[in-house]
Design a protein around this ligand. Structure first.
Ligand code: ADP
Ligand code: MG
Length: 204
C-alpha cells in the first residue's frame, strides 16, 4: 500500500462523510450537540484542500498532514481524537514508501491506543473507541492469518460497523453524551458511527 492507496482512502472518506453528514449530525442531535457531521465534513474538506496544495510523497507524510489538519480544523472532541489517530498512523509508517498489511495493523493498533490515552476512554464507554478497537483487532487477526488485504480490510470494516451498532444499548461514560446519564441509552454513538464510515472507506 503506497501513498496513492492512502490518498484514495482519504478521498473516499471525504465523499462518504459528505453523503452521511446529516445522518451523523442527527445521531449527535440525540445525545450531543448536533455538530458531529458538520465537524467532520468541514475537517475533511480542509484535508482535501491541504492534500492538493501540498502533494505528499509517502503514506507517513500524508497521514501526518491529515491528522494535523483535523486537529487544527475540527472543533469539538472528535477533532483532536481523529487527529491523533491519523498522526499516529503517520508516525508509525515513518519514511516507508510502501507499507504491508502487518505495518497497517500495527500502526492502527498504536493509533487506537493513542486515541484511548488522549480521551481516557475504554471500550464500552460508548465512544469511537467501540468501533475502532474491534476494527483494529480484526485487522491484526487477518494480518496474522495472512488473508488477502482486501479481505482483511473488509473484516475490519465489518467489525467497526458491528462495534458502532453495539453502542446503542450502552450508557455513555465519556464525552458530551455522558452528561445525559441513562438517557444516552438507546442511541448509536455518533463517533462510533463515523469511525465505522472511515473504516468502510478503506479498501483497495
Ligand atoms: P463534541 O462532543 O465536542 O461536540 P463531536 O460531536 O464532533 O464533538 O464528537 C462526538 C464524538 O466524539 C462522540 O460521539 C464520541 O464518539 C467521541 N468522543 C467524545 N469524547 C471522547 C473521549 N473522551 N474518548 C473517545 N471518544 C470521545
Ligand atoms: Mg457534537
Amino acid at each position: 500500500m503506497d501513498v496513492a492507496f492512502f490518498t484514495a482512502w482519504i478521498q473516499e472518506i471525504v465523499r462518504v462523510l459528505a453523503v452521511n453528514r446529516d445522518v451523523l449530525t442527527r445521531l449527535d442531535a440525540a445525545i450531543g450537540d448536533a455538530d458531529h457531521g458538520t465537524n467532520l465534513d468541514r475537517g475533511f474538506t480542509s484535508v482535501r484542500q491541504a492534500m492538493t496544495e501540498t502533494p505528499q510523497e509517502t503514506p507517513g507524510q500524508l497521514l501526518t498532514l491529515v491528522g494535523t489538519t483535523l486537529i487544527r480544523r475540527v472543533g469539538g472532541a472528535s477533532g483532536p481524537l481523529y487527529g491523533t489517530l491519523f498522526r499516529q498512523l503517520g508516525k508509525s509508517f515513518g519514511d516507508a514508501r510502501e507499507v504491508s498489511l502487518d505495518d497497517l495493523a500495527a500502526a492502527f493498533a498504536a493509533g487506537v491506543e493513542a486515541v484511548k490515552r488522549l480521551g481516557k476512554a475504554a471500550e464500552g464507554d460508548k465512544t469511537m473507541v467501540d468501533a475502532l478497537a474491534p476494527a483494529s483487532r480484526a485487522l491484526s487477526a487477518a494480518a496474522q492469518e495472512r488473508v488477502k488485504p482486501e479481505d482483511a480490510l473488509e473484516r475490519a470494516a465489518t467489525a467497526a460497523a458491528e462495534g458502532a451498532k453495539a453502542t446503542i444499548p450502552l450508557q455513555a461514560r465519556k464525552g458530551r453524551a455522558s452528561y445525559l446519564g441513562p438517557r444516552s441509552i438507546g442511541h448509536e454513538d455518533p463517533g462510533a458511527a463515523s469511525a465505522a464510515l472511515l473504516l468502510s472507506a478503506l479498501r483497495p
